[in-house]
Design a protein around this ligand. Sequence first.
Ligand SMILES: Nc1ncnc2c1ncn2[C@@H]1O[C@H](COP(=O)(O)OP(=O)(O)O)[C@@H](O)[C@H]1O
Ligand SMILES: [Mg+2]
Length: 290
Amino acid sequence: MNEHPTIAQAPPVSPAPAASATTPTIRLDGIYKTYDLGEVQVQALRGVSLEIYPGEFVAIMGASGSGKSTLMNILGCLDKPTKGRYFLDGKDVSGFSKDELAKIRSQKIGFVFQQFNLLARTSALENVELPTIYAGVPIEERARRAQEALKRVGLSDRAGHFPSQLSGGQQQRVAIARALVNNPSLLLADEPTGNLDSRTSVEIMDILQQLNDQHGLTVVIVTHEPDIAQYAKRAVEFRDGKLKKDVVIHNRSIAAEVLPTLPALDDEDAIEGIGTESPAPPSNGKPAQK
Ligand SMILES: Nc1ncnc2c1ncn2[C@@H]1O[C@H](COP(=O)(O)OP(=O)(O)O)[C@@H](O)[C@H]1O
Ligand SMILES: [Mg+2]
């Protein structure tokens, strides 16, 4: 699968400086990944070729163990393929050293994890600031940039909170702000809603859709939930380390339209329990499930 001519490439709102609209943000060419465990070898990826263009929003699907996280780690320059080539913004990074990968990652990629991965004894603001330290942002600019990123996820008023003082949805928003703080052109999220209830999941998808639509950020998420994948523009499916399906999503869900139809249980209620002041959920609303 070296091509997907059915995918309509909308021009990116703000293309990455080095990339033209015809250069894929991601180009994988025959990627293999084998984990060598001594006695056994696990073939996690077996010849994956894939192109993702600026401004796309792709959902990666597939059963547990099909190679989704292995792929994301390679896309995110957290790991290297055993064989095959990875071109990031047109540049072949497959032969890069760990240091070179770390550098290009901090310049181009934001990564969001299922478990949020925030530092517990560190405020939201400081968590978001961390990648700016690695990227060499001047110290006087770090807090300003982190504040700006928190604002983009609607959490300006929680900058001083510790992760334990935030709901799961708020923690994931802090993690998204941390992923955005170095202005990446590519946002990768491995099961970002996997630990969240259904309403909060849609709130996270709303943020990702806004970043994609309004800021032209290329977004790739892993999810095993078809209704979450429905918020993307394109879905690819893995089976046993191979790409089995690649489709355009028709009748895409728009999170901003879905949210008003869901029970109005906000983050504060989620933490404090449903108080007497809580507005009644709409009569057609079902309680958040999962
Ligand atoms: N670090 C690792 N060492 C050895 N095997 C691994 C490692 N990570 C993943 N695997 C194996 O590779 C296969 C794909 O795993 P993974 O990419 O995590 O799948 P998914 O994210 O789709 O659940 C699985 O068989 C898994 O057990
Ligand atoms: Mg996984």
